[in-house]
Write a protein that binds this ligand. Structure first.
Ligand code: AGP
Length: 604
């Protein structure tokens, strides 16, 4: 995920670019850079945080009145200065900044290499810059329009050329890009919050559109290249609302960002024929010859580990274990050079998780990290890293990082099965590609139902989450979400365990969530729920099979789309996330910052 910014006007561009990047820093901080035109293109960029860039340019009297800037979470290659943006064309006359994931970047780069171009980075933006140069005749806009036609995937790009120093060309598809209208100056940025200190009159570029932006004019072109009326809008939001993209809380925003997070996590890891291409991120030698797999993590990431364990146990006969990192690190650790340790952490900074990893490493284990932050300690110390591309997760309660972790683990399980057994579960892989739009459908269908149902929880003191098989793992995540945001005591248990004690707690009005997505266990879990209902429990069922009669097993049933049973957890968690959110909201509590909790537990 990246942030782009652009300015053209009568004043020096530098202050606007730096302030705008500061507003966009939440979108990424592995690298940052700016390019201004002042007789020539001047590029200043660095890996690391924006503060590093500020040190480079703070004593430079940059007079250029047109410029572009970029801050990034690197998705291709390492966070180095060479890979930072802006990137230049081979003749140095065109500068490009970009957001998004160009799925065919490698293929386009090969074509350019064959055409004689050379590269100085692994950045997709450099591929775009060379393509624009290759397409340039005399009109920069036309060169950009010809270029974006061959890009596959998501992009938001800003282009500045020494041959056209009065204009910035903007183009987008799927990744956000906003134009701000000023007086004798105009702006563009990845999102509105970078513009609000300068203007509230904006135009949100639509997919496939391009714009030529000068200091006193904006020309808008549709996907076919025809000019369009510029119909601007006025932003009423205040700064804080804008950071939440109009959502009341970051948690709700991030719940709704899950389709994008899973889509971007999968992108690039399936080639155009839908086959896995993970060998760059997970070298085959990391997996070859292993005789045991261990998962370690904390909290929500641990629940994702349980999913990874469950999947791998379907494919492999070697032992697959999962343990809380805080327990693992002080137990007798049985790991060696033939153990693959898979470590999950959204932040990549959780103290117990890092501590446990180091214990395993001391015993020779090979470490594969799954994290959302490429520049994290975990990413640096692991032998291999597979990034989730959920984007920055601000709310303390993890939501989009969790589903992105599940998507990652699904790919990893299929990859390890392919490496060790030569078998690829094609049905699972095909089903995974559909998950982003199915999460979107669950959000659309169930949010109003859950929002109303959550009122039942406003006075609840306890809630039980029941499931069998893979549904039990989802139940564990559901109870944590409710517990950590609404302060209601949540407890997950296998449906079959009810009779062994917990049923004593079921009484009229007790809230229960029943996960019933697994056809092979449906009769069993429904029988458990009927016993709960017979004792007055109030039950929200999350199910998949719409032909089944749930009426005497629950008070409300939410259906998720029919998917491969092993993919159900990516969908069934969404209603539980929403239940936690709306219950907490109904209780008037601080959704994004629950008491006693922090986003990343960097101490033991
Ligand atoms: C999740 O909602 C919690 N905020 C917490 O359990 C979290 O998952 C845990 O602290 C692990 O964090 P990490 O993924 O950054 O390592």
């Amino acid at each position: 995920m990246s942030g782009v910014i652009g300015y053209v006007g009568n004043k020096a561009a530098k202050p606007f670019l730096l302030q705008g990047l500061n507003k966009l820093e939440y979108r990424g901080y592995d690298s940052a850079g700016i390019c201004e035109f002042d007789d020539q293109l001047n590029v200043y960029k660095t890996k690391g945080r924006l503060s590093e860039l500020n040190k480079i340019v703070e004593d430079k009297d940059l007079k250029g009145t047109i410029g572009i800037g970029h801050t990034a979470w690197v998705t291709h290659g390492a966070p180095t200065t060479e890979n930072a943006e802006p990137q230049l064309s081979s003749d140095g006359s065109i500068a490009v900044v970009s957001d998004g994931i160009i799925e065919n970047a490698q293929q386009l780069k090969s074509q350019l290499l064959e055409a004689g171009y050379s590269f100085t980075s692994e950045s997709a933006a450099e591929v775009i810059a060379h393509l624009i140069e290759n397409n340039y005749q005399a009109d920069l806009l036309q060169a950009v329009q010809a270029t974006v036609k061959v890009l596959q995937g998501s992009y938001a790009i800003l282009v500045l050329s020494a041959k056209h120093p009065q204009e910035i060309i903007a183009a987008k598809s799927e990744s956000p890009l906003v134009i701000g209208i000023g007086s004798n100056e105009n702006y563009c940025a990845s999102d509105v919050q970078a513009l609000l200190d300068y203007t509230r009159e904006v135009y949100i570029l639509q997919d496939g559109e391009c714009a030529r932006i000068t200091k006193d004019h904006i020309e808008l072109f549709d996907q076919a290249g025809f000019i369009k009326d510029l119909q601007t809008e006025y932003i009423e939001w205040d700064q804080v609302q804008v950071e939440k993209d109009g959502y009341e809380h970051f948690m709700l925003k991030e719940i709704h960002e899950q389709p994008k997070g899973v889509r971007e996590t999968i992108a690039n890891r399936l080639d155009s024929s839908g086959q896995l291409n993970l060998a760059e991120e997970i070298p085959p030698e990391l997996v070859k010859g292993i005789n045991k797999i261990q998962f370690i993590a904390c909290g929500t990431a641990y629940h994702a580990c349980l999913y990874g364990k469950y999947l791998l146990e379907q494919f492999l006969d070697i032992p697959v274990e999962a343990e809380y990192a805080s327990e693992y690190r002080y137990n007798r650790v049985k790991a060696d050079q033939n153990t693959l340790l898979i470590v999950l952490s959204q932040s990549g900074e959780t103290a117990d998780t890092l501590g446990a990893m180091r214990v395993a490493q001391d015993k020779g284990a090979r470490v594969l990290a799954v994290t959302n932050v490429i520049s994290s300690t975990l990413a640096r110390e692991a032998d291999a890293v597979m990034l989730t591309h959920a984007g920055p997760e601000i709310a303390v309660a993890s939501t989009k990082a969790y589903t992105a972790q599940l998507a990652c683990l699904c790919l990893i399980a299929i990859y390890i099965s392919q490496q060790l057994n030569g078998v690829v579960d094609q049905e699972l892989l095909t089903g995974l590609r559909m998950i982003p739009e199915q999460i979107q459908k669950v959000l659309h269908d169930c949010e109003p139902i859950v929002q109303e149902y959550a009122n039942r929880y406003a006075t609840a003191t306890d809630a039980f989450f029941l499931g069998r098989g893979i549904d039990y793992l989802s139940a564990m995540e559901g109870q944590l979400k409710l517990k950590e945001t609404s302060y209601i005591h949540g407890e997950a248990l296998p449906g079959g365990e009810l009779k062994h004690g917990t049923m004593a707690l079921i009484a009229p009005g007790v809230q229960v969530v029943g996960l019933a997505t697994q056809k092979v266990l449906l009769d069993k879990i429904i029988s458990n729920l009927q016993e709960v209902k017979a004792r007055g429990g109030e039950i929200l069922i999350i199910a998949m099979d719409q032909d089944f009669d749930y009426s005497n097993a629950g008070n409300q049933t939410i259906f998720i789309p029919e998917v491969h049973p092993l993919l159900a957890p990516m969908l069934s968690v969404v209603p539980m996330q929403l239940l936690a959110y709306y219950t907490t909201k109904a209780k008037g509590l601080d959704v994004d910052k629950p008491r006693n909790l922090v986003k990343s537990v960097t101490v033991e």
